[in-house]
Design a protein around this ligand. Structure first.
Ligand SMILES: Cc1cc2nc3c(=O)[nH]c(=O)nc-3n(C[C@H](O)[C@H](O)[C@H](O)COP(=O)(O)OP(=O)(O)OC[C@H]3O[C@@H](n4cnc5c(N)ncnc54)[C@H](O)[C@@H]3O)c2cc1C
Length: 520
């Protein structure tokens, strides 16, 4: 029996491990932190599936259509249809293994989420990620007891083994002892987003440091759509980090306003009468930016949840309310909360095809680390789904190339764990923050690239610092290349969409150079 190596044990990694176990194939499940601390646990609002429980005529075709439209037609159509068609099955399986979704009289309840014409988001109060992860962790423990899963928490990816263009294994390193182990076999990458590149601006965990994607990029793994970074409209700043107020708050009736000429202006409702406060996240974040820079407006944008009923607070958003009270000292049931957009999701990442294969044979990727399903902008509730479905698809593909003869594991001794220096982290962060905001333009992007080039001088090309700078170069270079505005990427110098650019931007590191072009 062969073994597949999974790097990352959030929703995508756990889903891959379960699918492999169900096929009777062993896997090593490696993660820098235990699953209980993966970012997936933070997911609040819910997971999308067109189960039509609210009887509003929903079906998977409409789910796919909304997903493609919100992604401004950059996502692979066939892959998105696969995602939407499989969503009801995934939700049913989760319920079967004990996930306590909110329900009434035995029927699952759904809530409205941004950018969707139907009430499609299945949820468990405002802690959906926690309960789904708990169920999947339990399931993986069962397979672990049966010898199908070996877990390696507190280990990080150090290097892929690539021979003659084929991935034939991976090295991992114990983050505490420095002990390095080499595994043979196909690899599924599921290491989440690049939050650690934007530590002060992100709602996600900085344990997803960006080091893993920087490493695999330096080894020739192609990345796509890196310029597509989602800003979530409603976040609050706490201790040098952004804390999310879930879209569920607006799904359940929360409203955005700013003071204009000293009166509350519910600008989303006036500008977008159909979906109002539930326009896709890119549109809401941009509008917040514009009204905050409007001379007739003063102060921050506020989220007004004071109209929500006590029943809604009690049964649907209890944890959200207590978190806001704990972090801000303000009770959202009685006063409006000042909010600002924060970086929430990376639509871009490792370039994969519909079957989650990368450009390297034997190497697959799933979840937030890969670029699939969300195009130029992700719908809320679609990423838990994408992580679970993608993990399953990647696992099936990896299983099909798993060499049943090989079972090698080698211990390679102790090495010094490479950490990015704070100088590099701060340098890259400052450059990215200055150039990759909600509004971008050529001058700042070009200066950012010059600064990054300057940072490389004197760095060892094998160091993680160098690789992080190169990754940042690819991100900024992708934003510079895309001379149009589409989804999360808004260029003030090219404010219109250009249908000739309805294609992925593809970044590759080859012979010491970052190359970026459109994949037509
Ligand atoms: C606050 C918040 C709320 C959200 N709410 C929702 C929601 O309601 N609905 C929704 O659909 N989505 C939501 N999302 C997004 C969603 O949670 C994530 O996109 C999704 O869970 C990602 O799953 P993943 O498995 O790809 O990554 P993660 O859960 O981030 O897991 C990554 C794994 O990789 C490991 N890892 C990282 N680096 C390394 C390394 N170098 N070596 C080895 N292992 C490594 C980590 O330890 C972890 O195990 C939310 C996100 C946030 C931050």
């Amino acid at each position: 029996m062969g073994t597949v190596n999974i790097i990352g044990a959030g929703l995508a990694g756990l889903s891959a491990a379960i699918s492999l176990s169900e096929l009777g194939i062993r896997c090593n499940l490696v993660s820098v932190q235990a699953s209980e601390r993966a970012q997936s646990v933070l997911a609040e609002g819910g997971i999308n599936a067109a189960i039509n429980a609210m009887d509003d005529g929903d079906d998977p075709a409409q789910h796919a259509a909304d997903t493609l439209k919100a992604g401004v037609f950059l996502a692979d159509e066939s892959a998105v249809h696969g995602l939407a068609e499989n969503a009801p099955v995934i939700v049913r399986q989760l319920r079967k293994c004990g996930v306590p979704f909110n329900s009434k009289g035995g029927m699952i309840l759904q809530r409205p989420f941004g950018g969707q014409r139907k009430t499609r988001t299945v949820f468990s109060r405002s802690s959906t990620g926690k309960v789904v992860m708990t169920a999947l962790i339990d399931k993986v423990r069962y397979y672990e007891a049966n010898g199908l899963v070996r877990r390696y928490p507190h280990h990080e990816l150090t290097r892929l083994s690539i021979k003659d263009g084929r991935c034939c294994g991976v090295s991992i390193c114990d983050v505490y002892s420095g002990e390095t182990t080499q595994f043979d076999g196909p690899v599924v990458l599921a290491f989440g987003g690049m939050n650690g590149l934007f530590p002060a601006m992100t709602t996600g965990t900085t344990a997803n440091s960006g080091n893993a994607i920087a490493q695999v990029f330096s080894q020739g793994v192609a990345l796509s759509n890196l310029e597509m970074i989602q800003f979530h409209p409603t976040t609050i700043g706490i201790n040098d980090k952004r804390c999310l107020i879930s879209e569920a708050a607006r799904g359940e009736g929360g409203r955005l306003y700013i003071l204009r000429d000293s009166r509350k202006w519910y600008f989303m409702e006036e500008k977008y009468p159909e979906l109002k406060n539930l326009m896709p996240r890119d549109v809401v974040s941009r509008e917040m930016f514009f009204v905050s820079h409007d001379k007739s407006c003063t102060g921050p944008v506020f989220l007004d949840m004071t109209g929500l009923s006590s029943e809604t607070w009690r049964s649907k958003l209890p944890d959200l309310r207590s978190e806001i009270i704990e972090y801000t000292g303000m009770d959202p049931a009685s006063e409006s909360i000042p909010v600002a957009p924060g970086i929430h999701y990376f639509m871009g990442g490792i370039d994969v095809d519909e079957r989650h294969r990368t450009n390297i044979e034997g190497l697959f990727a799933a979840g937030e680390c890969c670029s699939q399903y969300h195009g130029a902008n992700r719908l809320g509730g679609n990423s838990m789904l994408g992580a679970m479905y993608g993990g399953h698809v990647a696992a099936c593909e990896a299983a099909s190339v798993c060499d049943t003869g090989s079972e090698a594991e080698r211990h390679c001794g102790v090495m010094q764990v490479q950490r990015a220096s704070s100088r590099c982290i701060d340098g890259v962060r400052g450059i990215l923050e200055g150039s990759m905001g909600i509004i971008r333009e050529e001058g700042t992007l070009k200066s950012a690239l010059e600064e990054l080039d300057g940072m490389k001088a004197g760095l060892d090309p094998e160091s993680i610092d160098f690789k992080r700078v190169v990754l940042a170069e690819a991100i900024v270079g992708s934003a510079l290349l895309r001379r149009e505005s589409r989804g999360a990427h808004y260029r003030s110098d090219y404010p219109d969409r250009d249908e000739n650019l309805r294609c992925l931007s593809l970044a590759v590191f080859d012979k010491g150079e970052v190359g970026i072009e459109f994949k037509r």
